[in-house]
Design a binder for this molecule. Structure first.
Ligand code: AMP
Length: 591
C-alpha cells in the first residue's frame, strides 16, 4: 500500500495551505480506513437505533459489525419502497432514520419506469459538499495555476417537484448548485449563477456558452457533470454559433433569452466586441471541427467530466473536439451515496479509478462472480467483504449503509479493484449491473426493453404481424446518439403488412414506454435522438445463432442477446436490414 502524496517533497509543486490541509485530510482518512469504517457504522446505528427499520430487525441498539451483519438483510430499492412511500406521503416518524429529512434525492438510475427517491438531510448534503471541495486541491496538485483563470462549466438544474407529503424532490446536483457552499465557488466559473439556476435548458446553455465565449482567453478548463454534457454543449455551439456571434458583435442579448434575471446580468456583461465575433465566425464556419475547443479556448488545460462507465463511449468524440486534451474524470457519486474521488485525475481517462472515502458511509462489497454460489443461490447468505478487505483485480458490487436511511443497500454498480491508496481501495467503474442501453444518464435494462417491445407490438395486431425476435444497440455515432432496435417480424398476409407510418408509431410507443430518465433526456435535454426500428430479413436471427455457435456458444444455452455491441454481429445485422423507421415525435414528459 503506497501513498501518492509527498507534500514535503521538493519535487512536488508548492501547494497552498488550504490545499495542503485538504490533501492531508484525504491521507488521514484513507490511512485509517478501517477505523473510520467502524466508527461510521457505529454512529449510523446508534443514531438510528429507534428507527422503525432497525427495530424491525431487532438490532436492539447494537452498533457492532457482527450483530449488524447477522441481523440486517442485504436489500434493493423494492424492499424499502413502501417505507419510502410512507415518508413521501408525509409520515414524519423515524421510519428509516431518526433525523428529519430535508428533501428526497431523485436518482436517474432506474428500472421499471419510475425514478427512485432517497431521503436526504442537510447534514448529508454538507458532508457531500465537503468531499467535493477536496477535489479542487487534488486538481491543483495535478495542474498548476488553475487559480489564474476560470472554468467554463455547463451545469444545469432539473425540474423539481414535491411529494404528496410536501417534501422537495430533486436531483443531488440541484441541491448542490442551490447551496451556499456552491456560491463561494462561483468566482471560478465564467457562468453567472443565473445561467446555472435557469430551469429552461436552452436559455441556460445559451448563456453558459455566451459567457464562455466572452471570456475565452480566461478559460482554463471546460466541464460538465458527465461527458455527454460536454458533447451536448459542442452540438449546441454547432447549431447556434451565428446567433451567439451576433450577440457578441452587437452587445445585445438574443430575444429568445427571456429569463429576466439572465437578461439583467447579461446587460451588465455584454458589450459590442466585433473582433471577437469575427474570430468566432471564422472558427465555427470551418467545416472541420476537429480541435475546435483548443482553437476557441486556447488556454484550456483539460476537460472536466465523468467519462467512465457508460460515458467512456464519448471519449473519442471529446478527443476529436478538443484535440485530445486530458479528460479529468473526477468523482464517483450517486443519489444514494458519495463514493469517492479520483486522486490521479490527469491519468489516462480509460484508467481512471476512484478512491473510496471511508467517512461517507459504511461500505461492504459483494463479489461479482456469476458462477459463484453467492450470486446464484438464494439459500446461501451472500458473502460480503469489508472495504479494506477487497482484493486487487476482483470485481464487486458495492453495498452501502449510509447516514440517511439505507442499510445494506445494493447499489447496482460493478467495480473492479485497481489498487489501494493507503488502506482505502480505488476502483475502476466497470458497468451498471443491469443496464443494457444507455446514451446519456438513461439506463434501460432488459425488462424495460422487453416491456417497450411488447407495448409496441400491440400496434401490429391489426396487421396480424408478430415480432419474432429483437435485439438492440445504442448508436452513438450520430449526435445525439439514439436507440436502435432490430426487429424480425412475421407478417401473415403480405398484402396487409404494417406500413412505414405504423412502424414509426411503434418507435414512439417504445419511447413512451421507456422510463422517465430516457424521456427526460430525449425531451428536455435532447441528448437522445429519435428511436429507430430496423426491420431485418426473415432468418436473420437464425443466422445470428449459427454465428454464435460457430464461435463456440452452446446450442442448448443459446439466447438472443437483447443488446449487441460486437462489430461483426452489428455488421451481420445491418447487412440484413430491409427498412428503417424513426420515431416521428417526442414522447410525453412531465416533471
Ligand atoms: P444518480 O443516482 O442518478 O446520480 O446515478 C448514479 C449512478 O451514475 C451511479 O450508480 C453510477 O451507475 C453512475 N455513475 C456515477 N458516477 C460515475 C462515474 N464516475 N463513472 C461511471 N458511472 C458513474
Amino acid at each position: 500500500m503506497t501513498s501518492d502524496f509527498a507534500l514535503s517533497s521538493p519535487l512536488v509543486p508548492r501547494v497552498s495551505e488550504k490545499d495542503a490541509k485538504a490533501l492531508q485530510y484525504i491521507e488521514e482518512i484513507t490511512r485509517n480506513a478501517a477505523t473510520f469504517q467502524e466508527t461510521v457504522l457505529a454512529e449510523i446505528l446508534s443514531r438510528n437505533a429507534n428507527s422503525e427499520y432497525l427495530q424491525r430487525y431487532k438490532l436492539g441498539g447494537a452498533t457492532d459489525r457482527e450483530t449488524f451483519k447477522l441481523k440486517l438483510p442485504v436489500i434493493t430499492y423494492e424492499d424499502i419502497k413502501p417505507d419510502i412511500q410512507r415518508m413521501a406521503d408525509g409520515d414524519r416518524s423515524a421510519v428509516l432514520l431518526a433525523s428529519p429529512i430535508s428533501e428526497f434525492l431523485k436518482s436517474s438510475g432506474t428500472s421499471s419506469g419510475e425514478q427512485k427517491l432517497f431521503p436526504s438531510t442537510q447534514e448529508e448534503l454538507d458532508r457531500r459538499h465537503f468531499q467535493i471541495s477536496l477535489l479542487r486541491a487534488v486538481m491543483n496538485r495535478g495542474v498548476p495555476d488553475l487559480d489564474k483563470g476560470k472554468g467554463l462549466y455547463f451545469l444545469f438544474v432539473r425540474p423539481e417537484t414535491r411529494t404528496p407529503g410536501g417534501l422537495l424532490v430533486r436531483p443531488a446536483s440541484n441541491s448542490m448548485y442551490k447551496s451556499d457552499h456552491f456560491k463561494t465557488r462561483l468566482h471560478d466559473y465564467t457562468s453567472p449563477i443565473e445561467a446555472i439556476l435557469c430551469a429552461d435548458s436552452f436559455q441556460s446553455m445559451y448563456t453558459h456558452m455566451l459567457c464562455g465565449l466572452l471570456e475565452r482567453e480566461q478559460v482554463l478548463r471546460l466541464g460538465a457533470l458527465f461527458a455527454s454534457g460536454l458533447l451536448r454543449a459542442m452540438r449546441f455551439l454547432q447549431i447556434h454559433w451565428q446567433a451567439l456571434a451576433n450577440d457578441i458583435e452587437t452587445g445585445t442579448l438574443n430575444q429568445k433569452i427571456t429569463d429576466p434575471s439572465i437578461r439583467d446580468c447579461m446587460a451588465r456583461i455584454l458589450k459590442p466586441r466585433p473582433e471577437l465575433a469575427e474570430l468566432i465566425r471564422m472558427e465555427c464556419s470551418e467545416e472541420n471541427w476537429e480541435g475546435i475547443i483548443a482553437r476557441i479556448w486556447p488556454n484550456t488545460k483539460y476537460l472536466d467530466a465523468i467519462a467512465t462507465g457508460s460515458m467512456a463511449q464519448y471519449i473519442h468524440l471529446l478527443d476529436y473536439y478538443s484535440g485530445s486534451l486530458p479528460i479529468a474524470s473526477m468523482l464517483y457519486s450517486s443519489s444514494e451515496c458519495f463514493f469517492g474521488l479520483n486522486l490521479n485525475p490527469m491519468c489516462k481517462t480509460s484508467e481512471a479509478s476512484y478512491t473510496i472515502m471511508p467517512n461517507m458511509a459504511y461500505f461492504e462489497f459483494l463479489l461479482h462472480d456469476p458462477g459463484s454460489p453467492a450470486s446464484t443461490s438464494d439459500f446461501q447468505p451472500p458473502k460480503l467483504v469489508d472495504l479494506v478487505d477487497v482484493e486487487v483485480g476482483k470485481e464487486y458490487e458495492p453495498i452501502i449503509t449510509n447516514y440517511t436511511g439505507l442499510y445494506r443497500y445494493k447499489v447496482g454498480d460493478i467495480l473492479r479493484v485497481a489498487g489501494f491508496h493507503n488502506a482505502s481501495p480505488h476502483f475502476h467503474f466497470v458497468r451498471r449491473k443491469d443496464a443494457l442501453l444507455s446514451i446519456d444518464y438513461d439506463k434501460t435494462d432488459e425488462a424495460d426493453l422487453q416491456k417497450a417491445v411488447e407495448n409496441a407490438s400491440r400496434l401490429l395486431r391489426e396487421f396480424d404481424t408478430r415480432i419474432l425476435e429483437y435485439t438492440s444497440y445504442a448508436e452513438k455515432k450520430t449526435n445525439p446518439g439514439h436507440y436502435v432496435i432490430y426487429w424480425e417480424i412475421l407478417v401473415k398476409d403480405p398484402a396487409n403488412s404494417p406500413t412505414d407510418d405504423v412502424l414509426k408509431q411503434c418507435c414512439l410507443a417504445m419511447e413512451e414506454s421507456l422510463d422517465s430518465a430516457y424521456r427526460e433526456a430525449r425531451v428536455v435535454d435532447k441528448t437522445i435522438g429519435p428511436l429507430e426500428i430496423r426491420l431485418v430479413k426473415t432468418g436473420t436471427f437464425e443466422e445470428l445463432m449459427d454465428y454464435a455457435i460457430s464461435r463456440g456458444a452452446s446450442i442448448n444455452q443459446y439466447k438472443v442477446a437483447r443488446c449487441v455491441s460486437s462489430t461483426s454481429i452489428l455488421k451481420l445485422l445491418d447487412s440484413r436490414v430491409k427498412s428503417k423507421h424513426f420515431s416521428p415525435s417526442l414522447p410525453h414528459w412531465t416533471t
